[in-house]
Design a protein. Structure first.
Length: 451
């Protein structure tokens, strides 16, 4: 869930088509709307979409909406409660993020030390920005019931361990990572899908038996290595959390729909294989996996004409149905050494198992950044090819010839708008962010209560 701002230069400035006092420029290929005072190539700080600005930063730079007694705007444009950066249109021009002059950071640091390519989240102990998560700041998880639940889960974690069942790896944005590509890299573009992440593994379970205190001291003093008992089992998990309790499904109520998809791999994986996949569609007859969006809030007649008044991320599934799409597979040996499967092998294994994989879009060899972004921009927009009833979330560009999983996302601008609308109405985190918070809560509470 990492989020940061970037010290960068604004490029390709031009006049706004429908506002005399505004300009339109680009940061990392994204359109940003700025004032007439902005100069071509000016060094500043760029805040990507889906971020939340620190209150001190907003106050210092008069970014909050504020009106005088006559109702005239004398402040900025941000909601004082949310402080959120989102994709939107300003008088017909797309705005994807916020660009501020470098001197907006003068109160927080010596700006002469900042250079192009630096990233910013906290300066001198003051938060400049973070990821926007609706409801995240209103959580109250530290009651006895919550701690009891954490203790119970922790007891299970002490008894059994899955050392090679690795968590989901978050993908960063392509536009901010173009320097990671090398000439000759073999690249694969696949569809990015808006669902809930899951993982299944045929892996080693270690039974770490706790010795009585006095025996443990003797073992430690004599430097005796206590090897845990091992056996191979199938295990499933969400992005960060191992799923043991089917009734404890968090925002979904229960994990029955997850178990159905997990069972499709049971008895079919090789020892050491872990499969990472996206589940899309519906939890049950009523609840979609991802939240619906009111398209009328986009104020975009053409978009509404194409996709209707409501976006439902169904991916061709009827109510009560869900489907999985594999996007990554690995193999770990007994020592924990991990081999990343190339996409061709992923497809072969999926066909053998009888499951789907995320659709391929294009395969190419990296030559230049311009060519990379031209290919990405060509494919990331439009209707989703599965079902065709809603907008595409975007694409993922994978670098195949790397030892570790290396992939970057490129989201559709219209999807970012929908994402902002959904979060505006949300009182709780979305399903994916809830899983992230679940892990953060566990770590924080475990530390606080020394469990």
């Amino acid at each position: 869930m990492s989020y940061c701002a970037y010290i960068t230069r604004i490029k390709n400035l031009r006049k706004h088509t429908n506002a005399d006092k505004l300009l339109v420029g680009q940061c990392f290929g994204n359109n940003v709307i700025v004032s007439l005072l902005t100069e071509e190539g000016e060094l500043g700080i760029y805040f990507p979409t889906d971020g939340k600005l620190g209150r001190e930063y907003c106050i210092e730079n008069n970014l909050f909406r504020k009106k005088d007694k006559e109702g005239n705007n004398i402040g900025g444009f941000l909601d004082p409660e949310k402080c959120k950066i989102q994709a939107l249109k300003i008088r017909g021009e797309k705005s994807d993020g916020l660009f501020m002059p470098l001197n907006s950071l003068e109160k927080f640091t010596d700006v002469s030390t900042l250079k192009e390519g630096d990233t910013v989240t906290i300066l001198n102990g003051l938060k400049i920005c973070e990821k926007y998560i609706p409801g995240a700041n209103n959580r109250s998880y530290y009651g006895n019931a919550r701690v009891s639940k954490i203790n119970k889960r922790n007891e299970k974690t002490k008894a059994f361990d899955f050392p090679f069942f690795h968590e989901h790896i978050d993908t960063s944005y392509l536009a901010f990572n173009t320097e990671q590509f090398r000439k000759g890299d073999m690249c694969e573009i696949t569809l990015k899908m808006h669902g809930t992440s899951q993982r299944t593994s045929y892996t080693i379970k270690e039974n770490r038996r706790e010795l009585p205190c006095w025996i443990g001291k003797i073992v430690k003093k004599l430097h005796i290595e206590q090897k845990p008992k091992r056996k191979w089992i199938y295990i499933m998990g969400k992005r960060r959390v191992v799923v043991r309790d089917l009734k404890d499904g968090g925002f979904y109520g229960n994990n029955a729909f997850r178990l159905r998809h997990h069972n499709r791999f049971v008895g079919k994986l090789h020892k050491g294989e872990t499969v990472y996949y996206e589940i899309v569609g519906f939890v049950n007859d009523e609840l979609p996996i991802m939240v619906d969006c009111d398209n009328e809030k986009t104020n975009d007649k053409e978009f509404i004409r194409q996709f209707g008044k409501t976006t439902r991320f169904s991916y061709g599934c009827e109510k009560g149905e869900s489907e999985l799409y594999v996007y990554r597979m690995t193999m770990a040996n007994d020592d924990g050494y991990i081999v990343e499967y190339p996409y061709d092998l992923i497809k072969i294994r999926c066909e053998q198992i009888g499951v789907k994989y995320c659709p391929e879009i294009e395969r190419f060899t990296f030559t230049t950044i311009d060519d990379l972004m031209e290919r990405a921009d060509k494919h990331h927009d439009g209707a989703d090819p599965i079902g065709g009833t809603h907008v595409k979330e975007g694409i993922v560009v994978r670098i195949e010839n790397r030892e570790q999983f290396t992939a970057y996302k490129h989201k559709n601008w219209h999807f970012k708008v929908l994402e902002g609308i959904i979060k505006d109405a949300a009182k709780t985190p979305d399903m994916e962010e809830a899983q992230e918070l679940e892990r953060e809560d566990f770590n924080e509470i475990a530390t606080r209560y020394n469990i």
